[in-house]
Design a protein around this ligand. Structure first.
Ligand SMILES: C[S@@+](CC[C@H](N)C(=O)[O-])C[C@H]1O[C@@H](n2cnc3c(N)ncnc32)[C@H](O)[C@@H]1O
Length: 309
């Protein structure tokens, strides 16, 4: 259950510009990026880490994988709430923020977490099982329309309506879906065409995971919060694993990389741009061959501009 870090060197090279600076790893996972960041920091540098998964926090604080470094601290929360966490640690500004989105291999490979159709287990899917609603509880209450919207919008599943109808029919027969295996079976019967090399349930599993964890909303919240937290010259580095996430990051950076003219006051000075886009990086062929999870990764890097708006 190890996690192979994606774009390790590329992300840390882009992130750390000031070895004495303060950095936030918003997605600690198993600390692949964090460890290399610590190697790049001077004794005066500081790294705060966040993960919403208590197992990730435990890995950083207990046993052989714990990080014993006075420059490091880890906090159990969502990166959407990073400003409060930083404030509680006396940090008001950052030299860099890293978000390596999605789930880690230890999450996917643990049947009890319910993330994967490859292992039968309870259909949970929460990155933070201490709060919120599990995927099974959501399926137990959502009506056909909401199910269709979630599966279509977050899974980009053409057969969303058929899957939703099958789920509701099964629930109404007194046998609601409670496990990953049951969900796979229902979807396999409702989705008639299989994409080459893909399990028919892939899109439905992605949709439920995104919904249950409010992944897109949390990302939007973190991105807009980052503008106030970064020093001028501070770096924002985001690694996405599917097009819905990457679209949010790309649109955000593009929007903040332009001076904004107020249409109601066209002669007033425009609101100056707050970010400068630096790079878009994809893993090379060698990395993808060694780690298939890297195939869909896209990293975007932006820098906070000098002008504080
Ligand atoms: C792809 S893994 C990160 C792997 C890490 N970079 C490494 O090298 O080990 C993503 C991690 O982010 C966490 N995560 C996802 N969304 C989060 C959020 N909104 N707030 C905090 N952590 C989140 C997940 O629990 C998971 O541990």
């Amino acid at each position: 259950m190890v996690h192979t870090t994606v774009l390790l060197r590329e992300a840390v090279d882009a992130l750390v510009t000031t070895p004495d600076g303060a950095y936030l790893d918003g997605t600690y996972g198993r600390g692949g990026h964090s460890r290399l960041i610590l190697q790049r920091l001077s004794p005066r540098g500081r790294l705060l880490a966040i993960d919403r998964d208590p197992h990730a926090v435990a890995a950083a604080t207990q046993g052989q994988t714990r990080v014993e470094d006075p420059r490091f601290s880890i906090h159990h929360t969502s990166f959407a709430h990073m400003a409060e966490t930083l404030a509680s640690q006396g940090v008001s500004k950052l030299h860099g923020l890293l978000l390596d989105l999605g789930v880690s291999s230890p999450q996917i490979d643990d049947a009890a977490r319910g993330f994967s159709f490859r292992f039968d287990g309870p259909l949970d899917m929460r990155m933070d099982p201490t709060r919120g609603e599990s995927a099974a509880d959501f399926l137990a209450r959502a009506d056909e329309r909401l199910l269709t919207e979630v599966i279509r919008d977050y899974g980009e599943e053409r057969f969303a309506l058929q899957v939703a109808k099958a789920l509701v029919a099964r629930r109404e027969s007194g046998n609601p879906v409670r496990t990953t295996g049951e969900l796979s079976d229902v979807v396999a019967r409702a989705v008639r065409t299989r994409e080459a090399g893909q399990n028919p349930a892939t899109r439905t599993f992605q949709a439920l995971r995104i919904f249950v964890n409010a992944e897109l909303e949390e990302l939007e919240q973190a991105l807009s919060g980052a503008l106030d937290l970064l020093w001028p010259g501070g770096r924002l580095v985001v690694i996405s694993f599917h097009s819905l996430e990457d679209r949010i990051v790309k649109t955000f950076i593009a929007r903040e990389s332009k001076d904004v003219v107020d249409r109601r006051a066209p002669f007033a000075a425009p609101k100056p741009m707050r970010l400068k886009s630096i790079a878009r990086v994809k893993p090379g062929a060698e990395e993808v061959e060694a780690n298939p999870r890297a195939r869909s990764a896209v990293m975007r890097v932006a820098e906070r501009t000098e002008v504080m708006a």
